[in-house]
Ligand binder design. Structure first.
Ligand SMILES: [Zn+2]
Ligand SMILES: [Zn+2]
Length: 369
């Protein structure tokens, strides 16, 4: 099979055609990948900013079609389209029982070790294991997935939109809907106008936030933000500059919620600085493995500001995907407009280069053979 792989962190992407794939076992399905979004985490995995076992097949934001189920396995029927979910809730561990399936103690090993639930990778090349980026590895034609990680896609949701719901859009929208939970009329500032940030801004609009300010130094992204639902867009800078820009835009520097959707420690500190007393900061951008956030210690307590982490948008696929599909259908979350390029799998390196240089919002690799 053809695949886009990374042999070691920092190496260039290689397109290979000799990846071999395992048969699905009980509880698993064989999936033909149709589309896979190119996410910021792919870039972090490629450069080594995010530590991960190698060699690996990149790609984790995917929609595919069920080809076959493993023996004695119940799941979506062959021919059904599914989103691949990297943290399928087991429904039995302490986290799942608490309603925090995004932190499932069992499926966490998939993304941490780049494997399936049973510890094997399901991919080999020249006899050696090839790991799965964040437990998926969808820059390829086919792969094996646990059926618990398959989310059926309704007929009226396009395949490429469904792919984005596998990571970036779910993460950005979930950060607002499940974690920040702005009140009607709140001022929401989103740091970062990439795919995750734009999805967060769309979700803030769907939540009846008052003003939605997207902050990005790239003019094109500010223009896109205004197109997609933000009420204002500014270029940002240090906390004082950002506060002044918000004041100039809204007449007041008051900010209720800040979503950090870039993954840089100094931006989390900026968010904490600019949000109002008692306001909420949601850190959703994934930082480098060795990153440290510096905050003014006294203000952590005295300001009563909340800093909340957010993984995969706190999304439970069974609970939340029907809502996201519906918001898309009603035009409240125009997710199709986040897709600014489509490329064949062979052009994975060019797609990641676009992302590294903030060209466009989301590229979808059309991986179907
Ligand atoms: Zn669990
Ligand atoms: Zn991602």
């Amino acid at each position: 099979m053809k695949a886009a792989i990374v042999t070691e962190a920092g190496a260039a992407i290689e397109i290979v055609s000799d990846l071999e794939i395992d048969q699905p076992r009980t509880g698993e399905a064989l999936i033909a990948i149709d589309a896979c979004g190119v996410c910021g985490s792919d870039l972090s995995l490629l450069t080594g900013k995010m530590a991960h076992p190698t060699p690996m097949v990149l790609g984790h934001e995917a929609c595919g079609t069920v080809v076959a189920l493993g023996p004695d396995t119940d799941g979506p029927a062959a021919g059904e389209r599914v989103i691949l979910w990297m943290r399928p809730p087991c429904r039995t561990c302490r986290m799942c029982i608490r309603g925090q399936g995004e932190l499932c103690e069992h499926s966490g090993r998939m993304s941490a070790y780049g494997t399936l639930l049973d510890g094997r990778t399901g991919f080999t090349r020249s006899g050696g294991d090839v790991f799965r980026a964040l437990g998926i590895g969808a820059f390829t034609e086919r792969l094996v997935m646990p059926v618990s990680g398959l989310v059926p896609v309704p007929d009226d949701v396009p395949t490429d939109v469904a792919a984005l719901l596998g990571c970036g859009v779910a993460t950005g929208a979930g950060a607002v809907i499940n974690v920040a939970r702005p009140q009607a009329g709140d001022v929401v500032v989103v740091l970062g106008g990439g795919g995750v940030g734009q999805a967060a801004a769309m979700a803030a609009a769907a939540s009846s936030a008052g003003a939605i300010v997207v902050v990005d130094p790239v003019e094109e992204r500010r223009r896109q933000a205004l197109d997609l639902g933000a009420t204002h867009a500014v270029e940002g800078g240090d906390p004082k500059a950002l506060r002044n820009q918000v004041k100039a835009a809204l007449g007041d520097p008051w900010i209720d919620v800040v979503i950090e959707a870039v993954g840089r420690p100094e931006l989390v500190a900026t968010a904490h600085r600019v949000v109002r007393q008692g306001g909420t900061v949601v850190a959703v951008g994934v930082q480098a493995s060795d990153s440290v956030v510096a905050l003014p210690g006294q203000q952590v307590a005295l300001s009563h500001k909340r800093i909340l982490g957010c993984f995969m948008g706190g999304i439970d696929p069974q609970r939340d995907m029907p809502k996201l599909f519906d918001l898309y259908r009603r035009g409240v979350l125009p997710l199709d407009r986040l897709i600014t390029a489509r490329r064949p799998l062979d052009e994975a390196a060019a797609a990641l280069d676009d992302l590294a240089h903030a060209r466009g919002l989301r590229t979808v690799l059309e991986t179907g053979s």
